[in-house]
Design a protein around this ligand. Structure first.
Ligand SMILES: [Mg+2]
Length: 167
């Protein structure tokens, strides 16, 4: 798969990515980022609307997986709280974690959506592994690490460039 930083789709909030949206895209399973996608970085709570959204996806039969570069203790806390399986494999953007999910489910990579807020981890790794990548706006960008803030500046520049190409 070519290395690309450009997401296949963009939504402001995860709640906009309804089961119907996923069905229409041909998606059958979802790999979720944690920090600033499901919960603000450093926070231990998930909003009621995001909890409701996760429940809706589960009830519609979408297998959900959590793939985060956060410390394992934090990832396991959320996985247990939300009832989502964690992904085994290397850190993002390496494709090994994504590929572990494809193999486990036995479905083609493009039928698995990757939903995350960062281009240089979630989207790069998702594209690299052949998944369907969906970028969302970060929940609380002010909580990002300094390095992430720098990367976000680059992301905005890249997205502007991509946007202009389509004009
Ligand atoms: Mg994130």
């Amino acid at each position: 798969m070519p290395l690309s930083l450009i997401p296949r789709a963009f939504f402001s909030r995860v709640e906009e990515i309804t089961p119907k949206v996923l069905h229409d895209l041909g998606v059958r399973a979802v790999i979720l980022d944690l920090d600033n996608t499901l919960a603000p970085r450093g926070s231990h709570s998930v909003s009621s609307s995001i909890r409701a959204w996760l429940l809706q996806l589960k009830q519609d039969g979408f297998p959900l997986f959590l793939l985060s570069n956060s410390p394992p203790k934090r990832v396991i806390f959320f996985a247990q709280t939300l009832g989502i399986e964690t992904v085994r494999g290397g850190p993002k953007p390496l494709p090994s974690g994504y590929r572990w999910v494809f193999r486990k489910l036995g479905i083609p990579s493009e039928q698995v959506a990757v939903i995350g807020d960062q281009i240089f981890t979630d989207i790069l790794g998702g594209n690299w592994s052949g998944a369907y990548t969906i970028l969302v706006r970060p929940l609380a960008p002010q909580t990002d690490f300094f390095t992430t803030k720098l990367l976000r500046k680059l992301e905005r520049g890249l997205l502007r460039g991509e946007h202009n190409q389509h004009k």
